[in-house]
Write a protein that binds this ligand. Structure first.
Ligand code: ATP
Ligand code: MG
Length: 469
């Protein structure tokens, strides 16, 4: 019997000889590197678990981490996964072997040794190995952030610091609003998403052009049109945290500066209802006595308690510098979002490009937007039904829209109940079938009356004509 040392020696020689003739090279990435956790192993695990080809693996295990709402797929032992990077195909294998733990060790080790083995064509190695591993690390960081729940920071104590020197307090932010649930013109929605994506992916562009990596969005429109919902949708889409800045809590410009310095990158800094926050009058226009004057800067009211008598010295120029001045460059990858119901009250300096780069008008519900509210499909209402509600309220548009929404929601709920009772078929389909049978019996000529239905014109919300194509 050959002693194990000899066996092991020849096995090593044999594998070296095979490798020298092989056109591939192999890289082992062990889970434990000496006594430390190997960061690259965790990054590879995260990267592969989110790779599209994970579904091609035959045996996958599932995990879910603390404070994360996402599941992570992992390769089981000795399973393989194909991947490609800059045109080169690579193979990953996850190898799990029982660990012969050392006779004594101050640290407990898992009873299995895990490693990923990466197989690359020798000709591809010089071109892609380095950049491929960097790409894996970046993607893993991105995935971690996306899986982590969003945080909402508020400056409830104004700009003063807490014991840790932080002016912000944070809470988990779980707002359901996404771009899918946001009812607005689909084209405008796609334009905003593309703009956000190009900002988030634009690090090189901002570096090359010497611009601060930040971007401003102004959301304006009547109350209840989705401005706050849009902010949540942006944060969920980009995986950014939100800093909700309550300007009325901030006393001085230097407090404002400190608040900005303490924000983190990959975040959205929000000032809601900015027209009501501080005096941001439009300086260029002469005051018109008839026009309602904007709220004066918050001065301490005469009956304010002794301790509250703090003069607010925060100014418009402080805010201008905050959004696009020397201050705004402290930190990168930040989005500023201001909302207002009254854009006309804002100073043009605040609205110019470089501060508010994109102005988004959140307007009343249009028909394409209404469809996104999903009730239209569930309610299975014909345009005639919808037009009836509108005609009934034709003198009051707002009442018409709100009553329509109520009717749509009631119908959608009823449809849902009927579907359950009818065991799957929804009553809309049943009504349809009954109607067809009725028409087939009534109409003497061929066909089932669909022709009439196809040619009728539909009147959409707000009276515009929608022709069936
Ligand atoms: N475009 C929209 N799409 C989907 N839901 C909307 C939309 N607009 C409003 N809503 C719904 O109406 C409610 C109010 O919306 P939101 O708070 O976003 O309005 P807002 O424009 O911020 O109002 P305000 O100007 O008063 O702050 C939310 O519950 C939201 O679900
Ligand atoms: Mg709002």
């Amino acid at each position: 019997v050959v002693p194990p040392e000899i066996r092991c020696f020849f096995a090593k020689i044999f594998s070296r000889v095979c490798n020298s003739f092989s056109s591939y090279c192999y890289f082992d990435i062990t889970e434990i590197d000496g006594v430390n956790t190997n960061e690259l192993y965790n990054a590879v695990q995260l990267y592969l678990s989110n790779s599209p080809s994970i579904t091609s693996a035959t045996h996958v295990n599932l995990t879910r981490h603390l404070n994360s709402s996402a599941f992570t797929f992992g390769l089981s032992s000795n399973d393989r996964l194909l991947d490609s990077f800059s045109g080169a195909a690579v193979v990953w294998e996850h190898v799990v072997t029982p660990r012969q733990s050392p006779p004594f060790s101050w640290r407990s080790f898992p009873d299995e040794k895990r490693r990923f083995t990466l197989r690359i064509h020798k000709k591809d190695k010089p071109l892609m190995l380095e950049s491929y591993l960097d790409h894996i690390m970046e993607r893993a960081t991105e995935i971690r952030r996306k899986n982590k729940d969003r945080l909402l920071y508020t400056n409830s104590k104004g700009g003063s610091m807490d014991a840790r020197g932080m002016p912000w307090e944070s809470v988990p932010f779980k707002h359901p609003s996404t771009f899918d649930t946001l009812a607005m013109d689909p084209n405008k929605k796609l334009e905003i998403m593309a703009d956000l994506r190009s900002f988030a992916d634009g690090q090189d562009f901002y570096q090359k052009t010497g611009r601060a990596w930040k971007r401003g969005y102004l959301l304006y429109g009547p109350p209840g049109t989705g401005k706050s919902s849009m902010i949540a949708a942006m944060a969920n889409y980009l995986g950014y945290d939100i800093f909700d800045l309550e300007l009325t809590e901030v006393v001085t410009n230097s407090e404002l500066r400190k608040l900005l310095m303490k924000t983190t990158s990959k975040s959205i800094i929000v000032i809601e209802d900015i027209d009501c926050s501080i005096n941001l009058t439009n300086r260029s226009r002469p005051k018109n006595p008839q026009q309602p004057q904007p709220p004066q800067p918050q001065q301490p009211s005469p009956e304010a308690a002794e301790g509250d008598d703090v003069r607010k010295t925060i100014t418009l120029s402080g805010l201008l510098n905050f959004t696009d001045g020397l201050w705004s460059c402290c930190g990168s990858e930040r989005i500023f979002v201001f909302t207002t119901n009254h854009i006309e009250k804002l100073d043009p300096a605040l609205l110019r490009c470089g501060r508010m780069d994109m102005h988004i008008h959140m307007s009343f519900c249009t028909f394409p937007a209404l469809k996104i509210l999903e009730v239209v499909d569930l309610a299975a209402m014909t345009p005639a039904d919808i037009s009836e509600v509108l005609i009934k309220n034709r003198m009051d548009r707002e009442k018409a829209v709100s009553e329509l929404l109520n009717v749509l929601r009631e119908k959608a709920e009823r449809q849902g109940r009927n579907t359950v009772e009818a065991g799957g078929k929804n009553s809309g389909e049943e009504d349809e079938e009954e109607e067809q049978e009725k028409r087939a019996l009534e109409s003497p000529k061929e066909g089932n009356g669909f022709e009439e239905k196809e040619n009728c014109e539909k009147v959409g919300i707000g009276g515009e004509e929608i022709k069936e194509d």
